[in-house]
Design a protein around this ligand. Structure first.
Ligand SMILES: Cc1ncc(COP(=O)(O)O)c(C=O)c1O
Length: 511
């Protein structure tokens, strides 16, 4: 089956972890002083016992990490990781971020020495205002979920200022909203009301009307959602919540398919968040690059956490004098290097480029949908919705599993044998069985998208002919199938080497 597909095989180095390597006395670097300790460190502050560090030469360390990189980064495949809007992260913006003017400044410096940094933060704030219609953005939150939490903190201060804190104690969301919405609402002390989906893929207006009351603090919702479904009644939803006296927060993580097409404020929303590591081209590391953008109306702006970057005739300022601020969400004013990368992406795209990228991402997704629909064993979520989806679509491999016993995770693992990165399945709860959510985006070529679909189609076909090969995949990765059971057992977590040495690898049922 694999004749025409690009095959991949990972490097494999059978090396121990670095803490188990080396020889006593071997060194990569020598420090001044007989004992190796810096004489300027007062005796009282010096360690009594040497740290348990591996002893290796510099070339050995270099070679070890090169091997690890070859094993883990060798693939650099096509990643259509849905809900994450994977984009090309330009080395140019990376290079700018590492310039000393950025990398060697500290956010605690006097603002007069940070004028360049504050200028692009302010400029990016203005761009996001343009895209959303909001009146002020901040970048203090440490990611999308943290921006949702910022929203809850702002709402609490807004309620307190109106004498309604404790009275309005409910936040409404949908079962399909990203879990950070109910989670942050609950963390901030609100009771969460979760609406369920109708046949058309979103909750009915009637459900919302039944849920709102004089206890409603806010609605927290994404649109389109992670299934690529857009709720066309959203204006009416906002009106209903406002009429009940609550606020509306737009989780705009899935902005790619609508950017430049709608503005959250014009739909009536009071606040929104964007994820710079999705839509705006900043790199997506594990859990994002530690910055989320939170924007709100002028009415809510006084409650934003300090400092807010402002501008007047004398330059740019860090405004800490905010008596009504909701308190700290995170230190300082945000991860400036990541904001710079998002600013660079947005400025280089321009308004027209952003519009076009949005169109392309929807087009690419619907091209992909048309091809996926022809593959046996797959079904589209909410089959009764005939029309096109937005920038992604949730699919299901339930028919494939029924026919062959091969699960969506088996298919995902087998695809890596052809250099294809894991796709996104679904946030919890899994409303769609055996879910998968590819997102083609605007930056992959048609050949890349075709190649991705070709590999998926070939693996599905293989599942019908030879399910055992798919179920035992991957076969060409550095490490084969891992036992994931420990992931859900905190007793088996060892986040440091010291703990690992202490607990070893206890069996799953060890107490
Ligand atoms: C719709 C939506 N909202 C919020 C988040 C949370 O963002 P973060 O992972 O940056 O905390 C995500 C992340 O995947 C998301 O898809």
């Amino acid at each position: 089956m694999t004749e025409r597909l690009l095959r991949y095989h990972a490097s494999r180095w059978d090396e121990p972890v670095i803490t188990e390597m080396g020889e006593p006395g071997r060194r990569g670097m020598m420090f001044d002083g007989d004992s190796g300790a810096d004489a300027s460190i007062p005796a009282a502050l010096r360690r009594k016992t040497p740290p348990e560090l591996p002893e290796l030469s510099e070339p050995e360390v270099f070679r070890h990490y090169l091997h690890l990189a070859q094993m883990t980064l060798g693939m650099q495949g096509v990643s259509l990781f849905g809900t994450c809007t994977m984009k090309y992260n330009s080395p140019l913006s990376e290079a700018i971020a590492w310039r000393p003017e950025m990398a060697e400044t500290h956010p605690g410096q006097d603002e007069s020495t940070l004028q360049g940094t504050l200028e692009f933060i302010h400029r990016f704030d203005l761009m996001l205002r343009e895209l959303s219609g909001m009146d002020q953005f901040i970048f203090q939150p440490g990611g999308g979920a943290d921006a949702a939490y910022t929203n809850c903190a702002v709402i609490r201060r807004w309620l307190a200022a109106r004498g309604e804190l404790g009275k309005r104690d409910e936040i409404i969301t949908s079962i399909q909203a990203h879990p950070c919405n109910p989670a942050t609402a609950a963390t901030a002390g609100f009771k969460v009301i979760t609406l369920t989906l109708e046949e058309n893929g979103y909750p009915s207006l009637e459900q919302l009307k039944a849920a709102v009351s004089d206890r409603t603090a806010a609605l927290m919702i994404g649109n389109p959602d992670d299934m690529g479904i857009y709720n066309p009644d959203i204006r009416e939803w906002v009106r209903v919540v406002h009429e009940a006296g609550g606020l509306c927060f737009y989780d705009h993580a899935n902005f790619n398919g609508v950017m430049g097409k709608l503005r959250a404020r014009e739909l009536g929303f009071d606040a929104c968040m964007y994820m710079l590591h999705k839509t705006f081209g900043a790199p997506k590391g594990g859990n994002g690059p530690s910055v989320g953008a939170y924007g709100c109306s002028a009415e809510l702006a006084p409650f934003l956490p300090a400092p807010v970057v402002t501008k007047d005739d004398h330059g740019y300022h860090l405004d800490y004098d905010r008596p009504q601020a909701c308190g700290k969400i995170r230190e300082y004013f945000g991860n400036a290097q990541q904001v710079m990368k998002a600013y660079a992406w947005t400025a280089s795209m321009g308004a027209e480029g952003i519009h076009e990228a949005s169109d392309l991402s929807v087009l690419a997704n619907n091209y992909m949908d048309a091809r996926l629909a022809k593959i046996r064993g797959l079904s589209r979520s909410h089959a009764e919705i005939a029309g096109p989806r937005m920038e992604m679509t949730r699919w299901s491999m339930a028919p494939l599993q029924q026919d062959t016993g091969v699960s969506v995770l088996d298919v995902q693992r087998r695809m890596t044998d052809f250099g294809i990165d894991a796709f996104w399945l679904s946030h919890e709860p899994w409303l769609v069985p055996e879910p998968f959510t590819p997102e083609a985006g605007e930056m992959w070529s048609k050949e890349d998208i075709d190649r991705w679909i070709d590999v998926l189609a070939a693996v599905v076909e293989e599942a019908y002919l030879d399910p055992g090969t798919v179920k035992s995949a991957p076969h060409r990765q550095a490490i084969h199938k891992l036992d994931g059971s420990a992931l859900n057992d905190p007793r088996q977590f060892s986040t440091t080497m010291r703990r690992h040495r202490r607990i070893g690898n206890p069996p799953a049922d060890a107490s």
